[in-house]
Design a protein around this ligand. Sequence first.
Ligand code: CUA
Length: 401
Amino acid sequence: MRGNSRLRRLASFGMMAVLALTLAACEQSHPNTTFDPHSDYGRAIDFLWDRLLLLGTIVFVLVEFGLIYIMIRYRKREGDERPLQTHGNVVVEIIWTLIPAFILLFIAVPTVRTVFKTQAKPVAGALEIEVIGHQWWWEFRYPEYGIVTANEIYLPTGRTVNFKLTSNDVIHSFWIPQLGGKRDAVTNRTNYIWLTPDSTLQPSAWNGFCTEYCGTSHANMRFRVFTVKPDQFASWVAGERRPAAFGSVTSPAATVSPASYTFPRNQPEFEYAKPHTPVPAGMTFTRGLTGNAHRGQQIFSSTACIGCHAIVGNPAAMGNIGPNLTHFGSRSTIGAGSFPNTPAYLALWIKNARLMKPGVIMPSLGLNEYDPVLKARVTKAQGGLDDQQIADIVAYLWALK
Ligand code: CUA
């Protein structure tokens, strides 16, 4: 008996610890929490959570209180007779059938209402974005504007967005914790999820994840969402609709300054949206090389790159296996959110992507690099690129704004 109550005390301590941790997770400093929603959908789910937690807590406290009270009040005392044994009491049984039914009603009504509300068709004029899961990156299409991009979504605040989810291979799951989700992306069925980022939001960056285990680099299948003001969105759209600006690259170091809006990099308040994946040990790149964008364009257009990547404006590049790179220079990450998009990371990525992201289809391209899939070093005959050639490709890709 004594051991039993100690166990119970321990259990209630454990419960308190879990509750304290849950409350701590509600703080603003946790960017990937669902407890700080910034969309109608997110708030609907958050409301349900609050309601269930409240009702569950009330039930828990009442039941535990009754249990402990009865255990103490009616415990066996010295010299007690064996109490009268009873079986069956219609009134009591009806009461304890009705009480849970009543509780269930309080849970079921808002739950079903939320299900119907969030599963209904989105409002007219919603922005449609096609989301296609790939092993291991995200393709995003804006059919209304004819835009194809990868791993980064721009959303105007205050406008409902309807995500149309499918998969190219296995099951993935689309989730932006602070905006809403999650919903599976599967091959033989189209799923939808819609939400409206709050119109009061200042331009912000959000982390997105794949939350269905989908193979080797499941954990490296991330994306970024930028909620921006409607006029910034319109400017971004105008830029994305144009072909890549590679034709106007004039000098080796040239970076075309984007005429259209792109979400600014390196803002300290969005530090959480910056990747911190470590570079595999032993990867190096020759220091001080200056890439030539024109040469890079030629190398890109005459090697394996074009078999997988499309660049609108470069007629040679029409591959559709890998991410569309049309406005690559304005993206903030590479490798589906695995590394920051900087020339240094990009150079290493091109040199040996297979070392940087396990399972990636992109081949190791650096001359003499060890390809972990082929278990051999890349040769000149296989099209291995030296560091200068890679620096040229980096200059070209970075010029694509
Ligand atoms: Cu895609 Cu996990």
